[in-house]
Unconditional design. Structure first.
Ligand code: SF4
Length: 288
């Protein structure tokens, strides 16, 4: 019987796989070389004095926390104030953030999944070939007859016409979640819902018994590419992803191609685009 040594097994996060699918060069910069992102999320800053605004990552984490803990608008208002208090935001910023984030939270609370019993922040490890893929699902709801519903909340500020393309960027993530639910819970059918809270759009995807082998095959291929890609074997390829890429200047010099779209107040070097969405689960990244 062949012996598999621990060093032969690699770990990669779902976020890293999504990055690879988006742009191999970006993957090499961020995950192979470990270059620091501009504008990466930071921990609550209450101890560093008054905070004037939260960046997109921090806002995403606050929304996820409130959706997890509250079941009514009244509870949500209370939890939201408490979460913002942990960041030490000023009173003016608190009022503005409540006005901005409350409608997003209400959209989740009005969804059918908000009324169902499920498990929040469910971590998983997925063995695909010689690689272990790690991730955390926002909400997993077991149903009858081997049916599982998975919800992933997106807090990106995007336009309605961008939803389709954003959902495509998250396809690998949804596939990984479906495979994880199939393996760990014996799910024969998985409904995965990408819930964009701004704008209010839901993008459902259905996975059945005939899909899981193909998903695994695709993930094995991606994981193999992840192990092989280097700076020499990849090159910059301009696409709409360059607009939100943290390494645009490395590829294109000068001002790069980054952020010719909407940048919100306080976001400085951070675009509110698909890549800016950070769920709580992203804290569990185990990239190699
Ligand atoms: S700037 Fe564009 S080509 Fe360069 S790493 Fe980013 S997404 Fe890829």
């Amino acid at each position: 019987m062949p012996v598999r040594t621990a060093s032969a097994v690699r770990q990669i996060s779902v976020s890293a796989l999504m990055c690879l699918a988006r742009c191999p060069r970006w993957y090499v910069y961020e995950y192979s070389l470990g270059l620091a992102r501009v504008g990466r999320s930071v921990a609550p800053t209450a101890l560093r004095g008054p905070v004037e605004w939260l960046n997109a990552s921090q806002r995403g984490q606050v929304v996820h926390a409130v959706c997890q803990k509250a079941r009514t608008s009244e509870e949500a208002a209370e939890v939201l104030n408490s979460e913002l208090g942990a960041y030490g935001v000023t009173e003016a910023a608190r009022l503005e953030l409540v006005a901005k984030l409350s409608p997003m939270i209400d959209r989740f609370l009005e969804s059918p999944e908000a009324r169902l019993e499920g498990v929040w922040e469910q971590p998983f490890l997925l063995n695909v070939g010689e690689t272990v893929v790690s991730g955390v699902m926002d909400l997993v709801i077991p149903g009858a007859g081997g049916h599982v519903t998975i919800v992933d909340l997106k807090t990106n500020t995007i336009e309605k016409h961008e939803v389709k393309s954003a959902a495509e960027d998250y396809r690998i993530q949804m596939q990984a979640y479906a495979l994880a639910a199939h393996r760990a819970m014996g799910a024969g059918r998985v409904s995965a819902v990408l819930h964009f809270l701004y704008p209010a759009e839901r993008v459902p995807a259905e996975f059945g018994a005939g899909d899981f082998a193909a998903i695994e095959e695709g993930m094995v291929k991606l994981a193999r590419q992840a192990a092989e890609y280097t700076l020499d074997s990849t090159s910059p390829v301009e696409s709409h992803h360059c607009r939100t890429c943290h390494y645009s200047q490395l590829c294109w010099g000068g001002g790069g191609r980054r952020c010719d779209g909407v940048v919100e107040r306080g976001d400085d070097a951070e675009c509110d685009a698909p890549e800016a969405d950070v769920g709580v689960g992203d804290d569990y990244d185990l990239s190699f």
